[in-house]
Design a protein around this ligand. Structure first.
Ligand code: GRF
Length: 197
């Protein structure tokens, strides 16, 4: 079985990246992490990639705050192609992707979001759920399209909101669920991909 090549993109802490790389190391995820890329020079996610000896790089995003400059996005596509990436995995990547990369990897870009989408897209989704008085929230893995935290849903995991939850305690509990869900979903996509080859 040829292993699916992952390209992981992130802007921050990288705890989901770590969960994915650990699942590969222990053999519960039969993919291959080919590259980890970040739009933030000193992002901890790059340090995690180095810890696991995965090729990694910073790419300059250009002058915009919430998206990539077109030539930066073209450069990113080239880096992913050079690394022979089959599936692009967003793990805390804080920019909206546009057509160059969406067209280069059709239905081959996934994201994880800390709410039960379509509820609470956008920033601090756990806080939005808490403020709305919900009793259950969770996390969602979905295909990426041009809109923020939008696109066909792949899988969700519910997380209860407890009476004494603070934003921090709830976020921590959601992250535990994310770290189980994301590698499991990627493994499922690997198996499906294997079947159609
Ligand atoms: C996660 O909560 C994910 O749902 C959201 O960004 C966060 C990234 O966390 N898209 P980390 O960098 O993986 O720790």
């Amino acid at each position: 079985m040829k292993r699916l090549g992952l390209g992981i993109l992130g802007s921050g802490k990288g705890s989901n990246c770590r969960a994915i790389l650990e699942s590969i190391r222990t053999g519960t995820l039969s993919a291959e992490a080919r590259v980890v890329l970040s739009d933030v020079l000193d992002a901890p996610i790059l340090e995690i990639a180095r810890e696991f000896a995965i090729p990694n790089a910073y790419f300059p995003p250009g002058q915009f705050r919430t998206r990539l400059e077109p030539n930066a996005e073209a450069e990113l596509v080239q880096m992913l192609r050079d690394a022979e990436v089959d599936l692009v995995v967003l793990a805390g990547f804080m920019r909206v992707l546009k057509s160059p990369i969406l067209e280069a990897f059709p239905r081959r870009i996934i994201n994880i979001h800390p709410s039960l989408l379509p509820k609470f897209p956008g920033l601090e989704a756990w806080k939005q759920a808490l403020d709305a008085g919900e009793t259950v929230t969770g996390c969602t893995v979905h295909y990426v399209d041009e809109k923020i935290d939008h696109g066909d849903l792949i899988a969700q995991r519910e997380v209860p909101i407890l009476p004494n939850d603070s934003a921090e305690s709830l976020h921590a509990r959601i992250q535990i669920a994310e770290h189980e869900l994301y590698p499991a979903v990627i493994e499922k996509l690997c198996r499906e991909n294997d079947r159609v080859r």
